[in-house]
Unconditional design. Structure first.
Length: 308
C-alpha cells in the first residue's frame, strides 16, 4: 500500500505530461512554490503536533540523525574525490540521506515494529535538523553563485534558510505537541486538509519531471546516481544495524525497525527543495526513482537477514 500510494500519483503525473506537455509544465511550475510555502509547512504542523515529541526524541531520533549524516558524508567524500560542483555534492548528499518517511515509513514501521516511533523519529531528525541544514547549504551555494560575498549577506542567507517555511511548520507543531493543545476543530480541520495535499502534489510534480526527462538519461550523472543509490539502500541500513545493535543496544523488532527505516527510499522533498533553490535536480530525480523501486527488496532482505 505504501508503494502504491507513491506509484499511482507519479504515473498520473507522467500521463498528464504525455497528454498535455505544455499544460503539465505550467502545473509543475505552480506546484513547487505552492507545496514549499503552504502545503508542506501545514503538513509539518499537523504531523508534529499529533506526535508525542518527548517520547520519540530519546534514542530513535539521535540514531536517525547519525545514520543520515553518515550516508551524506560518504556521498560528500565521493563528490569531492570526483570533483563535482558544490551544488551537485549538496543535492547528492541530501538524496543519499533524506528518506521518504511520511509515505513509506508509517506502514513499514507498523508492520515491522508495531509502533510508529522509529518513523516519527526519522521525521523529527529530518525536519528539525536535516531540512534546515540542507536548505541553508543550498542558499549559501546559490548566494555564492550570484556573487554574494559580504558577511552580512551570507548571514542574511543563513537566517532566511533556517527560518524556511518547513522548519517554521515543524516548530509550530512541536510547540503544540509540547503544550498538548489543539486549535479549534473549525480551524484545525482545514489546515489538516491543505497539509495532506502536500504529498500527492509533490508526487504529481515528480511524475511530470520524469516524463519530461527520463531517469538516467544524463550520462554524466550516472556515477553520482549509483553512489547515491548505494548510500541510501546499503550504507544507511548497514550503519543502522551496526549502530543500532552494539552502540544503542537495540535488538529484535526494534533493531529491524531502525534498519528498515534506513532502507527507505529518497523522499520527493529533495526534488522540490532542489528545484525551488535553483539547484541541479537530475541526481535527485534519478535517485528518488531508483530507490523507490529498489527499497521494497532492500527492506525484505533486511527482514530476512535479521530473522524476521
Amino acid at each position: 500500500m505504501g508503494f502504491s500510494v507513491i506509484a499511482v500519483p507519479v504515473v498520473i503525473g507522467v500521463v498528464a505530461c504525455l497528454l498535455a506537455p505544455e499544460t503539465a509544465q505550467k502545473m509543475r511550475t505552480g506546484i513547487t512554490p505552492l507545496v514549499y510555502f503552504i502545503a508542506n509547512p501545514l503538513l509539518m504542523v499537523t504531523v508534529v503536533a499529533d506526535t508525542d515529541v518527548r517520547a520519540v526524541a530519546g534514542i530513535y531520533t539521535p540514531l536517525a540523525l547519525a545514520l543520515a549524516l553518515i550516508s551524506a558524508a560518504v556521498f560528500t567524500l565521493y563528490g569531492v574525490l570526483a570533483r563535482r560542483s558544490r551544488a551537485q555534492i549538496a543535492v547528492g548528499a541530501m538524496s543519499a540521506s533524506y528518506a521518504n518517511a511520511g509515505n513509506m515509513g508509517v506502514p513499514i514501521a507498523l508492520y515491522v515494529v508495531g509502533s510508529t516511533a522509529p518513523v516519527v523519529a526519522v521525521l523529527l531528525a529530518q525536519l528539525l535538523f536535516l531540512a534546515p541544514l540542507y536548505i541553508t547549504v543550498f542558499g549559501l551555494i546559490r548566494g555564492a553563485e550570484s556573487g554574494e560575498t559580504s558577511a552580512r549577506r551570507r548571514a542574511g542567507t543563513i537566517v532566511r534558510s533556517v527560518l524556511n517555511p518547513i522548519t517554521l511548520g515543524v516548530v509550530v507543531g512541536a510547540v503544540l505537541s509540547l503544550a498538548r493543545w489543539r486549535p479549534p476543530e473549525m480551524l484545525w480541520e482545514p489546515v489538516t486538509m491543505i497539509g495532506q495535499s502536500s504529498i500527492p502534489l509533490m508526487l504529481l510534480a515528480f511524475g511530470i519531471a520524469l516524463a519530461q526527462q527520463r531517469p538516467f538519461a544524463e550520462r554524466s550523472a550516472i556515477g553520482d546516481d549509483v553512489v547515491g543509490i548505494f548510500c541510501k539502500l546499503a550504507v544507511m541500513p548497514v550503519a543502522a544495524w551496526v549502530l543500532g545493535g552494539p552502540v544503542f543496544g537495540l535488538s529484535g523488532a526494534e533493531l529491524l525497525g531502525v534498519v528498515a527505516m534506513g532502507a527507505l527510499p529518497t523522499a520527493q522533498n529533495v526534488f522540490i527543495f532542489a528545484a525551488h533553490h535553483g539547484m541541479p535536480t537530475t541526481t535527485a530525480k534519478d535517485i528518488t526513482f531508483a530507490t523507490s523501486v529498489l527499497s521494497l527488496p532492500a527492506v525484505m532482505l533486511a527482514a530476512w537477514l535479521l530473522g524476521a
